[in-house]
Design a protein around this ligand. Structure first.
Ligand code: NAD
Length: 341
């Protein structure tokens, strides 16, 4: 049995804590830590069977019986806690993004060298049942050579502007998942990006220096083209679709819904709206990604979504940011070169 410590008891920390305690074989959550631990969070920990509750995550790092930590705290703490956890010899599952600062991600990468520590990044969409099926169709050659990949990723509602201010901007906060999906679905690298952005949802997002709507075109290393469209508001719910078009056909996935019932009447044909947001849509993927992380520790096999999978979408996000400002396409290699990569 692998003993796990959860660092950060917010939304995603609770998701992972609960899924390990309920569904992940071979692991248990021994402790959870959060400096702003609320009575509600303590109650939650007790309700799922987590006995040790701390304010200081170092208690988890000092616990010799804990083999692995899940870093689920706010983004600005991920890289420094990663470095401490590596020194403490813990296997690490780190929520995305590892950091907004490439230099800090590179410090984590360096600290991992040769140490035998498993480091997985929380790009959960790779484990979603729909995306997995579409990726398998592309990888097996069912649609022939990939020509165009289209990703639609729209949130049901914009987060508070206070969140936007520290989010790193739409490309590093929201699109980062989609950049990872382009890499996953295509099996290729994103070589060049061209980003358009607009403020169409909330002027305050614009005042905070961000955009809320974006279209990003990409050239991939296998010659295919890709496009992502993002919006912070979709009035009908969380809109998460993908279409891969190739020389022999195409594969597309639609949104998950509460049921597949379709009601037809004199006013039209009515289906259910997409599931509300990520906690509803992606719950099975959160269980699957952590199960795989635990499995890699148990069997001592390499993780599939490692440190480079955490680094590359940040470089791509920075390329998109630069493209938005300059109004010109930007090569990912240009950004990588700024960091000596
Ligand atoms: N993969 C996904 O689908 C997904 C979804 C949501 C959030 N996330 C990522 O997870 C992270 C957390 O997001 P959230 O929505 O749960 O935020 P949240 O604000 O609900 O929770 C963050 C928690 O971290 C705690 N915290 C802050 N500093 C800490 C420290 N030094 N030690 C321990 N805990 C600390 C806060 O008190 C808070 O309870 C973010 O990086 C976010 O990008 C990923």
């Amino acid at each position: 049995m692998i003993n796990v410590g959860i660092i950060g008891a917010g939304r995603i920390g609770k998701v992972h804590g609960e899924s390990i305690m309920r569904y992940v074989k071979g692991a248990t959550v021994k402790a959870v830590a959060d400096p702003f631990m609320t009575p509600e969070s303590e109650q939650w920990a007790n309700s799922v069977g987590i006995c040790e509750v701390y304010k200081d995550y170092r208690k988890i790092l000092d616990d010799k019986e804990i083999q692995a930590v899940l870093i689920c705290s706010s983004t600005d703490t991920h890289s420094s806690i990663s470095l401490e956890a590596i020194s403490a010899g813990k296997h690490i599952f780190c929520e995305k993004p590892i950091d907004h600062d490439v230099k800090k991600i590179l410090e984590v990468k360096k600290a991992l060298e040769g140490g035998g520590i498993k480091y997985q990044v929380g790009f959960n969409r790779r484990y979603d049942h729909n995306f997995k099926k579409a990726q398998a169709a592309v990888a097996s050659g069912k649609i022939g050579e990939l020509n165009v990949l289209k990703i639609c990723s729209r949130d049901p509602a914009a987060p508070p502007v206070e969140y936007i201010k520290v989010s790193g901007g739409i490309f590093l906060d929201m699109t980062i998942h989609d950049f990872d999906m382009v890499r996953f679905m295509s099996g290729a690298e994103i070589e060049e990006v061209f980003a358009y952005g607009a403020v169409l949802v909330d002027p305050e997002i614009g005042s905070a220096g961000d955009i809320d709507t974006a279209v990003i075109s990409m050239k991939l290393s296998n010659g295919a083209l890709a496009v992502i469209d993002n919006c912070r508001r979709a009035s009908y719910g969380y809109d998460q679709r993908v279409e891969a078009f190739g020389s022999l056909g195409q594969v597309a996935i639609s949104n998950d819904t509460e049921s597949s019932a379709v009601i037809s009447d004199s006013s039209g044909v009515h289906a259910e709206k997409p599931l509300l947001f990520f906690l509803e849509r992606y719950m099975d993927s959160y269980v699957a990604e952590v199960s795989e992380f635990i499995d890699c520790i148990e069997k001592d096999t390499p993780v599939k979504v490692g440190i480079d999978c955490g680094l590359l979408p940040v470089l791509i996000g920075l390329a998109a940011k630069k493209s938005l400002v300059t109004g010109a396409p930007v090569k990912t290699s240009e950004i990588a070169a700024e960091y000596g990569l």
